[in-house]
Design a protein around this ligand. Sequence first.
Ligand SMILES: [Zn+2]
Length: 113
Amino acid sequence: MPELLSESSPVARKLHRCGTCTGVIEAGQRYVRASLVHDGRVYDWVTCQACDDDAVTNRVCLWAHSWDEGATPEMAHEWATEAVIHGSQIDQRVAKDFLERWGTYPRITVTAG
Ligand SMILES: [Zn+2]
């Protein structure tokens, strides 16, 4: 299971991509950066504020019983496509918002500076 080393919520200075919904995090937006260690490897996990507020990772892990592995974007997308139809009222709302963010990143044009 990934172990959390530290977590911060900085303001983006450049474009980032959310590791959960793959949506864009634009410069100036607040996001969540977690430093994790898993299998002896230390890495940063970047999440948009919306995914953090909605606890998307927790919902996906609960649904997939994947507390040991965490939640990949593919798993999260699978959860959302199911939850948007069959989920509880709150899950449907969270999943709908998630799917609206999903895949927004490639459509954004990155400008220098
Ligand atoms: Zn996100």
